[in-house]
Each structure stands twice: as C-alpha cells, then as structure tokens.
Design a protein around this ligand. Structure first.
Ligand SMILES: C[S@@+](CC[C@H](N)C(=O)[O-])C[C@H]1O[C@@H](n2cnc3c(N)ncnc32)[C@H](O)[C@@H]1O
Length: 274
C-alpha cells in the first residue's frame, strides 16, 4: 500500500511524541508491515485513517497496540555477557564488602524478561558462594513500554527456541523448570524481579533510587536530545557510585558527562562520577 508522505510524516511525529522512537525517512514499508495487524483489528484501511482516529485522543487501546507493534523487542539470554561477569565478579563482591545490605537494580526496556532474570541468576549464583550473613538483599525492577512483552516477561515461561538463545544446557537446568517444551524460570530467580509498565520519556520519580541501571539496546531508537535527557534523569536517581550499562554497540560520549567508563572482565560499563 502506498503511504502518502503527509500521513507518514504525521505518524513519525506521533511515534516520537508518544514513545521517543525516531523513525528514519523511507520506512513506509516497515510501518505498513508492522501495523497491518493493528489496522485489521480496528477495521482501518490506511495510515491516514489511523492518524485521524489517534487525533481524537480517545483511542488508548489502539495506541497501545501501535506501540506494541512498533517497538523492537529483540533480546536473548546473557546478551553482552561481559556485563554479567562484571556484575558477578566485581560489583556484587564490592557491595558486599562495603556492608551494603540492600541493592536496587533497574532493567529499563526489559523486553521479554531475559535481562532482569539474567541479573537475578547472577545474584543467585553469587549469593550461593558467600556466607548467608554477607548476602545483600537485591530488588530488580524491570520496566518496558510494551504491555505485550511485559505480559510474557511476568509469566517467565519460554519456549525451547527462546531458551536455546544464549543459555547452555546446564544453565537451563539450573535456572528453569521444564514442562514438555516449555521452560519456566525458577521461583528463586523470579522472586527478586517485579515488572511494571513505564515509558522512558515520562517521569521516574516513583521508581525510587537505584545502585545499578541496565538500559541496553533501548536508547539507540531515540533522538540525541532524548538520549541526553534520559541519561541525565537516570544519573539523578542513581546512588553515588552507581553503575549504568548500555548496549555494547552504544556509546555515552556526546550524550552525557555524568559517567566514567569502567572496563573489566572483558566488557565495559559506566559509573556515576562523584
Ligand atoms: C531491543 S529491546 C532491548 C531488550 C534488552 N534490554 C536487551 O538488551 O536485550 C528494546 C526494548 O525497549 C523498549 N522500549 C522502546 N521504547 C521505549 C520507551 N519509550 N520506554 C520504555 N521502553 C521502551 C521496547 O519495547 C523493547 O522491549
């Protein structure tokens, strides 16, 4: 279907306004492909008609479906695995050494849950290796804008295909209970993680403060000014010396000077400057 240029521009503006995602020019085919199901579901035949519905501002359900369709949710287990090594080898031991009793982690843009569950798996392994009285209580808040991915993440049940991406057989056995071709994250891993819907372009005040933020492979879709704003606001809710992880193909330079790079265990992360 040919998309009139004006409708495409209107849709680009709408998408950036509601969720920060910047669509480059010439992505009409991608938009058509991703929105085909939403249009069918709502009995809409063109992007122009969809924009007219959205302009009335009364179609929250359609907006949710559009966000679900337009977000890229690709993820897999132990993605950028060096981050998890850094967490287990350096960060958790140093927090325990400092006597900190409680640690809060935010997985921002958690998609189907692999990232926050991976954090919990690393915590589980670390805690099993230290005496009970030195164990830090860890709370992991996992957020995403997409209600569809959050629904799957909360269940914590994955198909054989999903658990084969990034996990070896030993990890599957250790962290999951298998039922036929379904694999459910074990309760001791799940119990640290709570999921909630959150748009990164909105406010974070209600989340509280964190010792660590994972915001990996999310900001790549945003404009430079939005990246700066989000990183600035993340820096404000990190505790002194707190850590930030972004995707290994992303960079903070030119977006924020609030963090210094740390490099260890074959990977890099960032630490809030004093
Ligand atoms: C490519 S996935 C990254 C998942 C995981 N962090 C990783 O690195 O594997 C990006 C996620 O960011 C979410 N996202 C996109 N825009 C968002 C926004 N404005 N607020 C919150 N989450 C957003 C998407 O729904 C998607 O699940």
């Amino acid at each position: 279907m040919v998309v009139p240029r004006g409708d495409y521009e209107d849709f680009r503006t709408f998408l950036q306004d509601v969720c920060g995602i910047v669509l480059g020019p010439g992505k009409e085919n991608l938009v058509n492909r991703r929105l085909a199901g939403v249009m069918r579901m709502h009995g809409i035949s063109s992007l122009g008609e969809m924009m007219n519905h959205l302009r009335t501002g009364r179609n929250q359900r359609m907006q949710t479906c559009i966000i679900d369709a337009m977000t890229t949710n690709e993820t897999f287990w132990f993605r950028d695995t060096a981050h998890f090594r850094l967490l287990g080898d350096r960060i958790l031991p140093s927090l325990a050494e400092s006597g900190q009793e409680r640690m809060r982690v935010w997985s921002a843009g958690c998609s189907f849950g692999q990232e926050p569950y991976n954090i919990s798996m690393v915590v589980e392994d670390y805690q099993a290796s230290v005496p009970t009285n030195t164990r830090t209580k860890v709370e992991i808040i996992a957020t995403d804008i997409s209600t569809r991915v959050l629904a799957g993440a909360k269940k914590g049940i994955y198909g054989s295909n999903e658990v084969s991406q990034g996990l070896d057989p030993d990890q599957r056995k250790r962290y999951f209970t298998s039922r036929g071709d379904q694999w459910e994250v074990r309760p001791e891993i799940k119990r640290r993680v709570s999921f909630r819907e959150l748009n990164l372009t909105g406010g974070y005040e209600l989340l509280g403060r964190f010792d660590m933020i994972f915001c990996r492979n999310v900001l790549i879709y945003f404009s430079n000014s939005q990246k700066q704003d989000i990183l600035d606001r993340m820096a404000r809710i990190l505790n002194p010396g707190g850590y930030l992880f972004i995707g290994s193909s992303e960079s903070l330079s030119s977006h924020s000077d609030r963090f210094e790079m740390i490099s260890e265990s074959g990977g890099f992360g960032y630490r809030l400057r004093d």
